[in-house]
Design a protein around this ligand. Sequence first.
Ligand SMILES: [Zn+2]
Length: 152
Amino acid sequence: MDSKLLAQFENLFLELKKNTLNEMKLEDKNLNLEKGDEVDLSLVDQERAMNLKLLGRQSFLLKKIDGALFKIKNGTFGLCDECDGEIEITRLRARPVATQCISCKEEGERSEGQIHYDKRSHTHGRTFASNVIPLRASSLNEDNVITMNSDI
Ligand SMILES: [Zn+2]
């Protein structure tokens, strides 16, 4: 990748990092904001949960940005993590934090799909078992209730 293009990406990442950090600061402030008693607490909780989720996503993005900046510094930016081939420039423009070329990415998604399929078939087995367990659990609970009642 030529140095001019590399500098463009570096600027893009620095800008992206600055924006993300600012957003995170803002959300952090919101999280710590004292809410009045009149505010519905469950709404505050929902908002907080959403902010936390967003913060998680943003810190994940920050790690990716830092990784990309590091790669720009050591001259490996734009190279695929898997095959060391060059990541397509159109792909980098669309998704600057991409660390895999399109064919490795697709390969990864295929094997991920395979894992999902395996998980699903495992869950299928468990679903059968969990149908049995709640029955046992509820009968245990009933026993407990009876014991408690007899104590009173
Ligand atoms: Zn690759």
